[in-house]
Design a protein around this ligand. Structure first.
Ligand SMILES: CC(C)(COP(=O)(O)OP(=O)(O)OC[C@H]1O[C@@H](n2cnc3c(N)ncnc32)[C@H](O)[C@@H]1OP(=O)(O)O)[C@@H](O)C(=O)NCCC(=O)NCCS
Length: 150
């Protein structure tokens, strides 16, 4: 029986988080940037999902001036579809709601899985940035959710 745990990342998770970032993003953040958010950024919340002790997903949020920004969320391919991404985002929202009223994010217009997850958790579209992504000119959809009373 596999056990999924969602918890705050610690310094020892930086390598695993960076590996997930490389596997799930076309424009991955560096391990340096991720390690800083984990250990040395009081405005960042970095969560990991582990299954039987292996880190297989993560989420990174910044909370600044009452608004949270979801920077990254990713789950390794073999673990998708088990509501682990949802659990990560729900916990990110819960933690952010202590100091933030809103959570904002941007997502590739063609990323149906992520957009469905965000809509399921109450995010609504509130803007479009044309040709936003440098690697392929894809549009970015801007989404926001009210999280103040979670
Ligand atoms: C987006 C991502 C994190 C979702 O993680 P996941 O653990 O597979 O998603 P969950 O199992 O928690 O799904 C929760 C909900 O999201 C939606 N969803 C997830 N995957 C979906 C898919 N392939 N197609 C349609 N909807 C999907 C569904 O609404 C689902 O709820 P349901 O199962 O009750 O229908 C994952 O696909 C991923 O890592 N993608 C690559 C990285 C990425 O695109 N990150 C977002 C950048 S903005």
């Amino acid at each position: 029986m596999s056990e999924t745990v969602i918890r705050m990342a610690c310094a020892d998770d930086a390598e695993a988080v960076a590996a997930i970032e490389r596997a799930t993003s076309d424009t991955p953040w560096s391990i340096t940037a991720l390690a800083k958010d984990i250990s040395d950024n009081s405005r960042a919340i970095v969560l990991v999902a582990s299954v039987n002790g292996d880190v297989i997903g993560y989420a990174d949020v910044w909370c600044i001036a009452g608004e949270a920004e979801l920077n990254n969320i990713g789950v390794l391919e073999g673990y998708r579809g088990r509501h682990i991404g949802q659990a990560l985002l729900e916990e990110a929202i819960r933690k952010s709601s202590a100091s933030c009223q809103l959570m904002n994010l941007e997502v590739r217009a063609g990323n149906n899985a992520a957009i469905s997850l965000y809509e399921k958790l109450g995010f609504v579209r509130n803007g479009l940035r044309k040709n936003y992504y440098e690697n392929n000119g894809e549009d970015a959809v801007l989404m926001t959710a009210e999280i103040g009373n979670v």
